[in-house]
Design a protein around this ligand. Structure first.
Ligand SMILES: C[S@@+](CC[C@H](N)C(=O)[O-])C[C@H]1O[C@@H](n2cnc3c(N)ncnc32)[C@H](O)[C@@H]1O
Ligand SMILES: *[C@@H]1O[C@H](CO)[C@@H](O)[C@H](O)[C@H]1NC(C)=O
Ligand SMILES: CC(=O)N[C@H]1CO[C@H](CO)[C@@H](O)[C@@H]1O
Length: 307
């Protein structure tokens, strides 16, 4: 029912945005308790890619292709599909992180920099605050946010955005192409690690968690924002209709790429639920692991510390 509605407005993105905000955001609040297959370390031969099974070494490449084809329309699509909610979820992630001046931060799967920009802004505010309070003439250091992503197209789009908005001109941002499973950073080099809507696309989640643990300093924090599972099974059908019918169509109309958004929907269903994912984080040696549901469990932020 929402589908022809979207098609009718297909040529007018701004109208579609308005439609998405008013009509679709209540629907997006309903997430499924769908079954998933674990991305386990045990079986390295095949991994999940949407509902197709493919060889593990092909997956990184396929994920790269998927994101290359969505990079330029990525930010618009985020707003459309979540009715703008992804902004609030990212704000919440940064609130939990509590950025501070002088920190070395790593944002993995950082894409076009959405999360990194928010973190850097908070670091800058803290720097100014500290500078004011300080009697010493020495400058309070800003620190740096490292935006790491496997796809150079996403990073390039992010750099373009940063330039346009004059973010990071003081050297607070570093853009680094790299794989979450093999981070190009030294052991114990980061104060904190974030990953937003990225871990689901990683071939081997355990490897990514182990890498997060490795690069963190002692006392460093891990925060992961990802789609999760709602405990409202009765609303499953409605959610299915939205995600399997509407989202791929929005993808087709706006991004001219139905397959990528079909994959997105399928991969959300297969991701481990809150408690299962928390257990994986504990298995990766993190302490004080906890999570917070957002929008009733559409998303969750999982946190842990390297002690
Ligand atoms: C949905 S986007 C999220 C971008 C950004 N964090 C945000 O919230 O707007 C997922 C990102 O993960 C990246 N990605 C996928 N697999 C990765 C991997 N193994 N290592 C690093 N980045 C990866 C993709 O290139 C893509 O930019
Ligand atoms: C979060 O949501 C999950 C599933 O939707 C539910 O089982 C769990 O009790 C919730 N946890 C918290 C801490 O609210
Ligand atoms: C591009 C794609 O379909 N992969 C998904 C990986 O996970 C993020 C989480 O939000 C999705 O947005 C991506 O679309």
């Amino acid at each position: 029912m929402a589908l022809p509605y979207c098609q009718a407005y297909g040529r007018c993105i701004s109208t579609l945005t308005a439609v998405a905000r008013s009509c679709l955001s209540p629907v997006v609040l309903l997430a499924a308790d769908a079954p998933y297959r674990l991305y386990s370390t045990g079986n390295k031969q095949t991994v999940s890619f949407g509902f197709q099974e493919i060889k593990a070494d092909e997956k990184s490449e396929r994920v790269g292709q998927v994101f290359s084809s969505v990079a330029s329309s990525y930010d618009t699509m985020n707003d459309l599909m979540s009715g703008g909610l992804h902004r609030l979820w990212k704000d919440r992630l940064v609130t939990r992180l509590q950025p501070f001046a002088g920190m070395r931060h790593l944002d993995v799967a950082g894409g076009t920099g959405d999360v990194a920009f928010r973190i850097l802004r908070e670091m800058r505010e803290d720097q100014i605050r500290q500078q004011k309070e300080s009697d010493s003439p020495t400058l309070v250091q800003l620190g740096r946010v490292h935006v790491c992503d496997i796809n150079p197209d996403m990073l390039q789009e992010g750099q373009r955005k940063a330039q346009k908005q004059q973010i990071g001109e003081e050297g607070g941002l570093a853009w680094v192409v790299g794989d979450a499973e093999q981070l190009p950073f030294q052991d114990g080099s980061m104060d904190a690690y974030t990953i937003a809507f990225g871990i689901r696309n990683v071939t081997n989640i355990d490897a990514a968690l182990a890498e997060a643990f490795r690069v963190l300093k002692k006392g460093g924090a891990f925060h992961c924002l990802e789609f999760s599972q709602l405990a409202l099974p009765g609303l499953r059908e409605l959610y299915d209709a939205y995600s399997f019918q509407v989202i791929p169509q929005i993808g087709r109309i706006v991004a001219n790429d139905e397959a990528s958004y079909q994959y997105l929907v399928e991969s959300i269903r297969r991701f481990p639920d809150q408690n299962t994912f928390a257990a994986l984080i504990r298995d990766a040696k993190f302490s004080g692991v906890s999570y917070e549901n957002l929008s009733g469990g559409i998303c969750a932020i999982h946190s842990g510390f390297k002690l």
